[in-house]
Write a protein that binds this ligand. Structure first.
Ligand code: NDP
Length: 290
């Protein structure tokens, strides 16, 4: 076929979903994974099993990596680094922007090209154009492989700096992990009071659905440096955060998360922001605690 053949290294839930999507669209796919058995179902569907990471690199110009992080990339590719020459490594493993920049230099030293990716989708979103992946790195390499990458998800190219895609990904994850932990906390609190996750689901959904209004309202004011307490006051927020903390403590559930939230409000109070909006906490967060 005229479809580009692709190598996929790393067959966790994400890598497996990617291989399925590529096979669905008629691409030839060579696969390799440290735990070889994770390739079995894919090989049964027609994927080619490489004997080694080196063979996997040798098989195709376009190599997609889907590993836990960049340390895993070095563990897999360092012994085969000479085979990176002429390869376009699309690294869809998540990690820090600094690690992405270092990896781009490392791949380039070995004669390859590194594209950073940050997949903003779960495995079930792979193969869907409405899902999105951030990319950054050499534009030419991205454009050359864009149509194949779009088999995996929609693409959002952010620029040449290899750190940019990782940065955008981490900005999303800062929000994802804390939002989801807030949901686990709510479920634990509900559970301690005899309510199930299903019981609170409609209200939890309503709470989350209201968030975009807050995001856009505060984005404008924050960018304008406007933190006046005309709508909300940090002192009110502090009292509320302590009510949350005490409700959790009284229910006997873990208080690590609500205590961390209350502690941030308290620092804002101590910094003199009692009469300002709680958005003044952004200023506090910009400076790491001494
Ligand atoms: P997993 O961590 O489950 O699997 C990734 C792969 O990394 C496995 O194939 C594993 O091999 C391999 N691996 C890990 N450490 C090493 C090592 N030291 N040497 C060799 N191989 C190693 O991740 P996912 O498939 O869930 O995700 C892949 C990437 O995508 C991650 O960076 C994740 O953050 C990101 N992501 C995941 C999402 C998700 O919902 N799952 C959503 C968005 C992004 P082995 O099978 O041998 O253990």
């Amino acid at each position: 076929s005229s479809k580009q053949s692709v190598t996929v290294i790393g067959l966790g839930p994400m890598g497996q979903a990617m291989v399925h999507a590529l096979l669905d669209q008629g691409h030839e796919v060579t696969v390799w994974n440290r735990t070889a058995s994770r390739a079995d179902a894919l090989v049964a569907r027609g994927a080619v099993r490489a004997k080694s990471a080196e063979d996997a690199l040798a098989a195709n110009e376009l190599v997609v990596l889907s590993l836990t992080g960049y340390d895993a990339m070095y563990a897999v590719l360092e012994p085969a680094a000479h085979a990176l020459k002429g390869r376009v490594l699309v690294n869809l493993s998540s990690d820090t922007p600094e690690k992405a920049r270092a990896a781009a230099r490392w791949v380039s030293e070995h004669g390859g090209v590194h594209l950073t990716g940050g997949v903003a989708a779960s495995p079930s979103g792979i193969g869907r154009p409405e899902s999105s992946t951030f990319y950054s790195g050499p534009r030419e390499a991205f454009e050359a492989h864009r149509s194949t990458l779009e088999v995996l998800t929609g693409t959002d190219y952010r620029g040449e700096d290899p750190g940019l895609a990782a940065l955008m990904y981490q900005i999303g994850m800062v929000m994802f992990w804390t939002s989801m932990l807030s949901y686990w906390q709510a479920i634990a609190l509900a559970g301690a009071n005899g309510l199930t996750a299903a019981d609170i689901l409609p209200f939890a959904t309503e709470t989350m659905t209201g968030m975009p209004d807050f995001l856009s309202f505060y984005a404008e004011r924050i960018d304008a440096g406007e933190h006046s307490g005309d709508v909300d006051r940090l002192a009110m927020g502090m009292a509320s955060a302590e009510h949350v903390l005490h409700t959790n403590a009284d229910a006997g559930v873990d208080t690590a998360l609500p205590a961390a939230v209350a502690a941030l409000f308290r620092r804002g109070m101590e910094a003199g922001h009692a009469a300002d909006s709680f958005s003044s906490l952004v200023g506090l967060l910009k400076k790491a605690e001494a």
